[in-house]
Design a protein. Structure first.
Length: 401
């Protein structure tokens, strides 16, 4: 059986899923956390319901990969390393270089590292993950799958900021968008579920998790999306502010004695959004638990919903209509009330939710009524499956090992 590994490497973590391909059956999955610390956590789910969890010391990503592969053999999930035919890596920023996933070459790896200025927290970690697997499995095809590449179909009207044009020419200062793998996956699934060619569809995809973004998709291509040069822009998120008037920043910096723009940006990334407004938590479940009695939790939830509605309305205008709205990610897949309220408060678009069908979590389902002009779909995202599919698609073209 041919197996493919999908990897999402963070600076101190490594999330992975192992697939039997081309069937796309998950044979094992897991996460290694706190890499580089004494008490790293190593967990594997395998044989459907078995779990192994241990606390060990893992000094770096290379050791993490080594330990992972060794464990998979010890648990008889793998008979040998040669059973793995490809490894796909999630990479945050692909800049203007990559409009599709690519087989990793030395040049690709160099570009991923160069693009660290766009995603300083993510790209270096992604590159570390790629290098660790390359070192241990040098002959296996390695594929990079970028969060930005799906959005490379945006045109200048949508990806440029209204600032001096030479900043784009000189520095590639523009919108890139993120969550592309998720938006692509759910839009393809939506077309299949609606049994319509994706080429004919106008879809608005709402990826609502701790990070959140909305994407306008026409004929299977991203036309516009709410995240920007970095993932800070767009919707109110768990800890990120989303869109703000940038003139507010020097004003707050002066009043609050914030010394550097880096500190200010950190506050917008980590102390804002649902967390900043509520003063309680970035986690939707925490806020829902107290919304009846806590004014600021309730306000945060209303603001979150308001920004989602604004982007859906705006993208319905961009697309000059919409056939389907998709809800995905932690909040989109699980928050029944939010989906209902958004749909009802956008009824002017021709959206009619079926409350019974909507009473559901984490399952693929059309949740609008039969007569609804705009279809509403609940689709659990699966970025790892998309990564595995891209490895399968590209491994035939591999020229580098
Ligand atoms: P993600 O980043 O996609 O893992 O999504 C995380 C977000 O999903 C957090 O804000 C969670 O509170 C939220 N979430 C998970 N389960 C539920 C639920 N049952 N209702 C509302 N939000 C949920």
């Amino acid at each position: 059986m041919v197996k493919t590994m999908a990897i999402n490497a963070g600076s101190s973590s490594l999330k992975w899923k192992l697939y039997d391909m081309p069937e796309e059956v998950v044979v094992a999955s897991g996460i290694i956390e706190r890499i580089g610390e004494k008490d790293s956590i190593f967990s594997i789910n395998y044989n459907e319901d078995k779990q192994l969890k241990s606390t060990v010391t893992i000094t770096d990503h290379e050791e993490a990969v080594q330990m992972l592969l060794k464990q998979l053999i010890e648990l008889s999930v793998l008979t040998g390393y040669d059973e793995i035919s490809g490894v796909g890596h999630r990479v945050a920023a692909g800049g203007e270089y990559f409009s599709d996933s690519v087989v990793v070459t030395a040049d690709v790896l160099q570009k991923i590292e160069l693009l660290s200025e766009l995603a300083p927290l993510h790209n270096p970690a992604n590159a570390t993950g790629i290098r660790a697997f390359k070192k241990i499995l040098p002959d296996i095809t390695s594929v990079a799958v970028f969060d930005t590449s799906f959005h490379q179909t945006m045109d200048k009207v949508h990806f440029l900021y209204s600032i001096p044009y030479e900043y784009y020419q000189k520095h590639n200062a523009r919108k890139y968008g993120y969550h592309g793998t998720s938006h692509k996956y759910v839009s393809l699934r939506a077309a299949e579920m609606l049994d319509r060619p994706i080429e004919d569809l106008k879809i608005i995809s709402c990826h609502l998790g701790n990070g959140a973004s909305i994407c306008a998709i026409k004929g299977g291509e991203s036309v516009d999306t709410s995240m920007g040069f970095t993932p800070l822009a767009g919707l109110t998120m768990g800890t990120r502010s989303g869109d703000v008037d940038v003139s507010l920043l020097p004003f707050i910096m002066e009043k609050e004695n914030i010394k550097t723009i880096a500190e200010m940006i950190e506050i917008l990334n980590s102390e804002s959004g649902l967390k900043g407004i509520s003063g309680i938590s970035n986690d939707m479940r925490d806020l829902k638990a107290v919304q009846a009695t806590d004014e600021r939790a309730s306000l945060a939830l209303e603001m979150f919903k308001d920004r989602i509605k604004k982007y859906i309305g705006s993208y319905a205008a961009t697309l000059n209509g919409v056939d389907a709205i998709v809800f995905t990610a932690g909040i989109g897949e699980n928050d029944i009330t939010l989906r209902k309220e958004i749909s009802e408060e956008l009824s002017f678009l021709g959206i009619e939710i079926d409350e019974e069908k909507n009473d559901c979590r984490g399952k693929e389902k059309i949740i609008s009524s039969e007569t609804s002009k705009v279809k509403v779909l609940l689709i659990p995202t699966d970025e790892e499956a998309m990564i595995a599919q891209d490895v399968e698609r590209l491994k035939e073209t591999s020229v580098y090992s």
